[in-house]
Design a protein around this ligand. Structure first.
Ligand code: DP6
Length: 371
């Protein structure tokens, strides 16, 4: 009997991946770049066990048994076994995979990225794989390849038709910019939307803006945001992050039929962030939205309390209600009279936000010795 347990982080892209040039190999049309979030508050956890007595392969996700006949899962497993230490006695035994997320999957918070990064990390530990495993995680879900590393991570689209150079690389570790914080605003929206996989396929088929974005816009943005991260230039970082989120959602609307992921609350958050930055006369907060209505705000630690006082005022109840603020604890600050005057007309209905997670940039996957 062999057993290994890993945890892996969520990542939030500031330059978005949207569109594949090869569906099966999961090759992207453009490079993307993300921050890896701390596993302290949000992570996937996977335990894999194997023994000669196991009669079939088994897979559980959040306590519910899943079919093992999942193409992405099987592709990862095949790649792992190809790169495995071939002398291991347990290489051909059946396996049992047990995966869970410590954050609600319903919130649609990049669970597949953390999940596949975790699965592949656990398989790599079990079969003693050496070297980069991001190209294997990519076969599970494109964005998962970035969760294989901590800090700031670029997924280079690569040039090889086999995908061997379509890999993630760390551009800076988590310790590089320790002041960076992330607020995840979980929007109260239960409606099921189309998956990223089907949405981006439709964009590739129908959006001309996507082609323009992938070839003309993203390469220069990747260069500029890398520079901003290296120089810890929050102004530039925030500007590019917001522009890229907006352009990604413009591509979604340029898709036919359109992919509508943001809702009224998401747009109200965009409005509040711009009003706050205008009030401060510089970019103090950046928003970014994935394929769903939840907002992810990047900001520096010095700004968190004040920004939360504004969020609490515009989208009650957040900070001042038990359980609404999760993650890194902080003291609650009342909104100033000056800010109240700016945001009074923007106040939303009670319950527009479910809760807020306050977190930071963190490290990559870990193998647990005492799970
Ligand atoms: C909007 O990685 O979920 O979050 O490769 O088909 O599994 P598949 O798609 P997925 O797409 C993520 C898209 C995004 C942007 C990003 O994370 O870069």
């Amino acid at each position: 009997m062999q057993k290994v347990t890993c945890i892996a982080p969520v990542n939030i892209a500031v330059i978005k991946y949207w569109g594949k040039s090869d569906e099966d190999l999961v090759l992207p049309l453009n490079d993307s770049l993300s921050g890896t979030l701390s596993t302290d508050f949000m992570c996937a956890k996977t335990t894999i066990s194997t023994s000669p007595a196991l009669e079939v392969n088994k897979f559980w996700l959040n306590g519910i048994e899943q079919s093992f006949e999942n193409e992405r899962l099987l592709n990862c497993l095949k790649e792992v076994k190809r790169r495995a230490n071939q002398t291991l006695p347990h290489l051909n035994w059946n396996i049992s995979i047990c995966s869970e997320n410590n954050f609600p999957t319903a919130a649609g918070l990049a669970s597949s990225a953390a999940g596949y990064a975790c699965l592949v990390s656990a398989l790599a530990a079990l079969y003693e794989i050496e070297g980069d495993i991001s190209a294997i995680a990519r076969r599970g879900s494109g964005s998962a390849c970035r969760s294989v590393y901590g800090g700031w991570v670029q997924w280079c689209k690569g040039a090889s038709p086999t995908g061997e150079d379509s890999i993630a690389k760390q551009i800076a570790p988590a310790s590089h910019w320790p002041q960076m914080r992330v607020l995840i605003l979980v929007v109260n929206d239960e409606r099921k939307k189309y998956s990223s996989t089907s949405g981006m396929k439709r964009s590739v088929e129908t959006s001309e803006l996507l082609q323009y974005r992938a070839t003309k816009i993203v390469p220069q943005r990747i260069e500029a945001i890398t520079k901003a991260i290296i120089n810890k230039d929050f102004q530039a970082f925030a500007q590019i992050t917001m522009e890229d989120s907006n352009q990604f959602h413009a591509v979604c609307l340029d898709t036919f039929p359109p992919c509508v992921y943001m809702n009224d609350t998401s747009h109200a958050i965009v409005d509040v962030v711009h009003a706050y930055n205008d009030f401060k006369k510089s970019n103090k907060v950046a928003y970014t939205f994935d394929a769903g209505p939840n907002a992810c705000l990047y900001l520096l630690d010095s700004e968190v309390e004040e920004v939360l006082s504004v969020i609490d005022y515009v989208f009650p109840p957040v900070v001042n209600s038990e359980g609404y603020l999760k993650g890194i604890p902080l003291s609650k600050k009342a909104i100033t009279e000056e800010l109240k005057a700016v945001f009074e007309a923007k106040r939303q209905n009670f319950g527009a936000l479910k809760y807020v997670i306050h977190t930071r940039i963190g490290d990559g996957p870990k193998t647990l010795t005492n799970p």
